[in-house]
Design a protein around this ligand. Structure first.
Ligand SMILES: [Zn+2]
Ligand SMILES: [Zn+2]
Length: 110
């Protein structure tokens, strides 16, 4: 796992096709500036779109480890499921996995 940059964009339009409230709100999450630009340009070009605020967020991307360094599977059952915890850090934070079988600690991102 590692820290990645994503953008959350909310597109509001006054198109009321399926909505009794008369507005349609679409939430999208994109991984790349190119995708964001495409959505923003499409929103600008659409006369029904009334607002499209977006914000940049940092998220841990990638898969969580499924076993500890000694090979105990984290997926097998409640006896081996890791204790997960969150360590704050200047880089954004770390996800800590504590193996119940052998007490090994894994920190993501490393
Ligand atoms: Zn850190
Ligand atoms: Zn273990």
């Amino acid at each position: 796992m590692e820290w990645g940059t994503r953008w959350h964009i909310t597109i509001r339009s006054d198109r009321a096709d399926n909505s009794p409230a008369g507005v349609t709100v679409v939430e999208r999450v994109v991984d790349s500036p190119a995708e964001l630009r495409r959505l923003v340009e499409a929103a600008r070009a659409d006369p029904h779109v009334v607002a499209f605020p977006y914000r940049q967020v940092r998220e841990l991307v990638g898969n969580e480890p499924d076993r500890c360094r000694r090979g105990h599977s984290y997926l097998a059952g409640s006896a081996t499921r890791p204790v997960r915890d969150w360590w704050p850090c200047r880089c954004g934070g770390h996800l800590v996995h504590f193996c119940r079988m052998c007490s090994a600690v894994q920190v993501q991102p490393a």
